[in-house]
Design a protein around this ligand. Structure first.
Ligand code: AKG
Ligand code: FE2
Length: 297
């Protein structure tokens, strides 16, 4: 109990993010895991500098929060650990587009827990943003429009365009009830109820709006830092501005359940109306034939 009281929390900005010290994640007790969950709800992304966990400690830390799952497409022979996903910059592992993790699956990642194994002496910061603030900052008519829409996400960045799902454009956090935008630059391809042209315009607005600096926090790494974020109410991206090796390992807590929302409108499909622009609707049609949108039986 004494150890819990001594945890120190320093906010890193008004939008989100806090650094937590005076806690040893390698010997975490269940009651301390509860404290971390409370802090995560409040700050959305937490940083624990100076932890220097080995792989087994990293996995054990993650298991306090639920079931872990390796990355569905990126197998990392290096770690030899099925639950640990690794990104090495020297092998192209730089996640430099805004995203939340694994949104191309019906049940995306809940929490991600990153170990900064090796960081460049300068550059390679990661940014997180708060999509709840971004949603709240939209005009009332645009919020209302977005509330009734769904979007197609797929794993095209991993060469798997065929792995796709549909999520609401706005989701409510199950623990806080706060609504946030749930479309991202990396995995979201199309708004289901809009035409291709309208979808591109709206997605481009929403994905750049969510990245507005006032909603973000930027973290400069030191080796051995653990970061943990809630994918239900954040997005992140790495700044690709470094030359030296940058190596991260991540464990992913699965189990996100996105509330099913009945879209206000039908999908934009024009069956039997083939034209030059039909190719833009192909992915949507393929997806709809694979699955029904949320809320439709
Ligand atoms: O390397 C980073 O800072 C973040 C990489 C990333 O997107 C992830 O681990 O989910
Ligand atoms: Fe990520």
């Amino acid at each position: 109990m004494r150890e819990l009281k001594s945890v120190q929390v320093t906010r890193l900005g008004p939008a989100l993010g806090a650094e937590v010290s005076n806690i040893n994640l390698g010997t975490l007790k269940p009651e301390q895991a509860k404290v971390i969950l409370g802090l995560l709800l409040e700050h959305k992304v937490l940083f624990f500098p100076g932890q220097n966990l080995d792989i087994d400690e990293h996995v054990a830390f993650g298991e306090h929060f639920g079931e872990l799952e390796g990355h569905p497409h990126k197998i990392n022979p290096f770690t030899g650990h099925s639950k640990v996903f690794e990104l090495a910059a020297s092998h192209g592992g730089i996640a430099d587009e805004w995203h939340s993790d694994i949104t191309f699956q019906p049940n995306p990642a809940l929490f991600s827990i990153l170990n900064m194994v090796k960081c460049p002496s300068i550059g390679g910061d990661t940014l997180w943003t708060n999509p709840e603030l971004a949603y709240e900052g939209l005009s009332a008519p645009l919020r209302e429009l977005c509330d009734g829409l769904t979007a197609l996400h797929n794993a095209e960045p991993h060469g798997r365009s065929d792995v796709m799902t549909i999520h609401p454009v706005v989701r409510s956090h199950p623990d806080t009830g706060r609504k946030g935008l749930f479309v991202n630059e990396h995995f979201t391809r199309r708004i289901v109820e809009l035409s291709h042209v309208e979808s591109s315009l709206l997605l481009s607005h929403l994905t750049s709006w969510v990245a507005s600096l006032q909603f973000t926090v930027r973290y400069s790494w030191t080796q051995g830092t653990i970061a943990m974020w809630d994918n239900r109410c954040t997005q992140h991206k790495v700044l690709n501005d470094f030359k030296e090796e940058r190596l991260i390992q991540r464990v992913t807590v699965m189990g996100d359940r996105i509330e099913s929302r009945i879209p206000k409108w039908d999908p934009f499909v024009r069956v039997g109306h083939a034209s030059d622009t039909s190719r833009f609707d192909k992915l949507l049609l393929d997806c709809l034939s694979q699955q029904k949108p949320p809320g439709q039986s």
